[in-house]
Design a protein around this ligand. Sequence first.
Ligand code: CAA
Length: 383
Amino acid sequence: MIDFNLDSEHKELQEMYRKFAEERVKPLAHEMDEQEKMNLEMLKEMQECGFFGIPFPEAYGGAGGDVLSYVLCMEEISKADASTGVTLSVHTSLCASTIQEFGTEEQKQKWLRPLADGSKIGCFGLTEPNAGSDVAGARTTAVKDGDEYVINGEKIFTTNSGFADTFLVFALTDKSVPAHKGMSAFLVDRNTPGITVTPDIPRMGIRAASNAAVVYEDVRVPAENLLGGVEGKGFKIAMKALDGGRIGIAAQAVGIAQGALNEAIKYDKERMQFGKTIASFQNTQFKMADLQTKIDAARLMTWRAAVAKDRGEAYNVYAAMAKLMASDVANQVTRDCVQFLGGYGFAREYAVERMMRDAKITEIYEGTSEVMKMVIAGSLNLK
Ligand code: CAA
């Protein structure tokens, strides 16, 4: 039986995430964007409230929730601030969930537990200066030397790198075969000698998130840090990580869109022009009706992908469709919301300006919209 409504447990969680986002995240969003800096105290509070461990079992220090709960949290947090949203997303979907899915029991106890219980933050080092959409073009290497691996290379656009403790890094352990078979994943502590994190890359949006290049120069890690203990699985691990990550980014995009529309509704109900509120013009009403319909469609697609993952069903195509749809909707909605506020929409002090800039990246990171179409087309038996 299909049920499109949340049960009472998920509704309660949604309410709790919304309250935190409204009270603790939203008031900081403008200042964090202007300063291009995450408020780490607020992040700590989120960690202490269990937000960084939502879909992980209590046995590993997590909140014992599910992917749907995490998606609800991502939407509420991103409604208030997309930078905080992506910080949570990269930690949860790309780093911690990947350790949960592919780590050995010892690795889960050592590396997942502190990520899930809120004492550490994770990041994901896959993209390189010359290997973005083409993951198989990566050049970072990990050479076995006794009971250690020596990692050399450069990663770029590593979200959370400014303050993350745990780096999940992808490197070639066998250059003689294509990266699909020769790449492996490693768990690396930020304090390992040889790691240099550059200053954050100045960006158009999600400016409060940390995003930098990370250089690995003769970084020695124990062989036991090889994720899953088997070489050559890295490409597929990265693909699976990104399948899950895309659900989080879809939820982020839904949040940005809903947040912007809520701001526009509030403003247009008060703003008087030509003797009446802007909200009373049918042009405003019809346009807002269209936008809310699109947001709801994107939200349902995101929930479908999350529930499929929770049920252990195939979800990669659902995730790609949800991200493709939600990121497109977020860009349309935020652009229209700037228009709804007129000149004020263009002013920095109104949130929709930030939201329009933040929306753009949802069409790019964790797989561009073009890559989403490759994944979806791949499911259509076109060859
Ligand atoms: N799950 C499991 N296996 C998968 C898979 C998946 N989702 N996708 C592909 N594979 C397997 C294939 O079955 C194939 O296996 P065999 O060799 O055994 O046949 C193998 O992987 C190679 O597959 P492809 O030939 O399809 O691989 P490709 O090189 O053509 O790449 C791609 C496919 C979809 C374009 C992939 O490279 C991709 O997803 N690129 C986008 C990368 C991306 O999203 N980057 C985001 C960076 S992280 C980020 O943004 C984080 C941040 O900070 C916010």
